[in-house]
Design a protein around this ligand. Structure first.
Ligand code: PAF
Length: 280
């Protein structure tokens, strides 16, 4: 496994990667890798690809009062996880490599990015699309893998990729969960045992909505009311949103279309902001 830290080294390698006759698969990450990330790397490897993992805590996707400075960082452990999962290349640049002094170009998708996370984190997706576009240009992958856990992120990146003719296939991997249902997230390491127990309500609410749909419920207001009720029983949980939306456009659904509609939840568990979603 090779580790690169500069833009110029990544560009030089990218020029040769695609010539080996194997597809190039990119797994963009912010590090603090857990089993969810490992599953993305394995998925890329199982497609027979040369696998490039990027590790970059991207400052432009964090709002001024968000957790950029305290976001967990552990490059040594991340490199070991990448090697064990079968990555071929890790690209781990410093902030100044990606955003040198005087940097001033940003890319924003302006429709799918607006609701849900876009309301409470107004600069978030602009930062995500900017850095992902830069990674596509630097790595020149045939496909890139993202986790379904960040459903709106996947939808925004799909739209950006299509709108700008990047010619990169966007592959999604299912959300991995702990045995009790908590979706794996780098931010779970902020949770105390008590907060973690409260955080299970997100998955329980989604699961309840899925069961109601399986039993024939199609009314969005009923599903949202039930999920909201379950979440509000936890003293530590403060709901940011509970929504039922179209999985591609992120527009509010009028009624549930099984397989197309998605319930998305964001909530504060004390001071930790968590999101989760399930296709209904
Ligand atoms: O999902 C993430 O970890 C980040 O948003 C991404 C896609 C690596 C961009 O910084």
């Amino acid at each position: 496994m090779q580790t690169l830290t500069t833009v110029s080294a990544m560009q030089a390698l990218a020029a040769t990667l695609g010539t080996a006759g194997r597809p190039v698969g990119l797994v963009p990450t912010m590090g603090a890798l857990h089993e969810g990330h490992v599953s993305l790397i394995r998925l890329a490897r199982d497609r027979g690809a040369v696998v490039v993992v990027s590790i970059f805590v991207n400052p432009t996707q964090f709002g001024p009062s968000e957790d950029f400075t305290r976001y967990p960082r552990n490059l040594e452990a991340d490199l070991a996880a990448c090697a064990a999962a079968g990555a071929d290349v890790v690209f781990a640049p410093a902030v100044e490599e990606i955003y040198p002094k005087g940097y001033s170009t940003f890319l924003a998708e302006e429709h799918v990015a607006k609701p849900l996370e876009g309301v409470s984190r107004p600069v978030h997706f602009r930062g995500v699309t900017t850095v992902v576009a830069k990674l596509f240009n630097l790595v020149r992958p045939d496909f890139a893998v993202f986790g379904q856990k960040d459903a709106q992120q996947v939808a925004v990146i799909r739209k950006m990729t299509a709108d700008l003719h990047f010619g990169v296939e966007i592959v999604t991997a299912p959300t991995l969960r702990d045995p009790d249902g908590l979706a794996l997230s780098s931010r779970n390491r902020y949770l105390t045992p008590q907060q973690r127990a409260a955080a299970l309500a997100l998955h329980q609410a989604l699961h309840r909505a899925q069961s109601m749909v399986a039993q024939g419920e199609r009314r969005v207001d009923r599903l949202i009311a039930e999920a909201t009720h379950l979440l509000s029983q936890q003293r530590l949980v403060r709901i940011i949103y509970v929504a039922v939306v179209d999985r591609d456009s992120m527009e509010s659904a009028r009624e549930v279309l099984p397989g197309r509609s998605l319930m998305a939840i964001a909530a504060w568990v004390d001071e930790v902001r968590l999101i989760d979603n399930e296709i209904l």
